[in-house]
Design a protein around this ligand. Structure first.
Ligand SMILES: Nc1nc2c(c(=O)[nH]1)N[C@H]1C(S)=C(S)[C@@H](COP(=O)(O)O)O[C@H]1N2
Ligand SMILES: [Mo]
Length: 203
């Protein structure tokens, strides 16, 4: 009798061997594709013009592309959840941890606004960027991050809805008070936890 390879037939298998349903937040469906969601056109950012700057601390701190790529990069695999209800499991990235980027910055801020080329912004508590929970990613599935998905580099904060993961990021503005970003001002939730369906600001 022929044996059947694992993963063929029957229930969809979790690539990591766990329970798929348990990894899918409420109200989400799984997709194998990688949808593109952009509020505007894809900005062309040339590497020679690229810079990442953190302002709002005692002094601004910044990196050119060359300097940024010399920082230690980490490989990380995560599940991502868009508020339009698609989730994608086991996405494989490479990027620089926000712990690394924020380490040289003296500040007493509690929040950050991620600022992107094209004008997109999104706000996060600093604690959600620290502790190995967020990266500025430059590589997806082993390839330089495609412009449509935020290349040259994007924020990836997998534990929050994916609108918090600013594409084409050019810096962080550290703030004492929480300042809503683009979607947060348009009625989306200030924090955006997919597990408790924090999709919209309550009226
Ligand atoms: N600069 C910028 N970043 C952005 C967006 C955007 O419109 N502009 N869309 C957000 C939303 S709503 C989602 S779901 C993800 C989509 O990323 P993707 O296009 O790589 O799937 O990017 C987020 N980051
Ligand atoms: Mo989204």
């Amino acid at each position: 009798m022929a044996t059947v390879s694992r993963g063929f037939g029957g229930r969809r298998q979790d690539p990591a061997g766990g329970d798929l349903a348990a990894r899918t937040p409420p109200g989400q469906y799984l997709t194998d594709g990688f949808p593109v969601l952009s509020a505007g056109p894809t900005p062309g950012v040339r590497l020679e013009d690229w810079a990442f700057e953190i302002t709002g601390g005692r002094e601004p701190v910044g990196w050119t592309w060359e300097q940024f790529r010399r920082l230690p990069s980490e490989r990380f695999t995560c599940d991502i959840h868009c508020v339009t209800r698609w989730s994608k499991l086991e996405t494989a990235w490479e990027g620089v941890s926000l712990d690394t980027l924020l380490a040289p910055v003296a500040h007493d801020a509690g929040y950050a606004v991620a600022v992107s080329h094209g004008g997109y912004t999104t706000n996060l508590p600093l604690t959600d960027l620290l502790g190995g929970k967020a990266w500025v990613a430059h590589t997806y599935a082993g390839q330089p991050l495609h412009p449509e998905h935020g290349g040259p580099a994007r924020l990836v904060v997998p534990h929050l809805y994916f609108w918090k993961s600013a594409k084409w990021i050019r810096g962080l503005r550290l703030t004492a008070q929480d300042e809503p970003g683009f979607w947060e001002r348009a009625g989306y939730h200030d924090y955006g936890d997919p597990w408790t369906e924090q999709r919209y600001a309550s009226a």
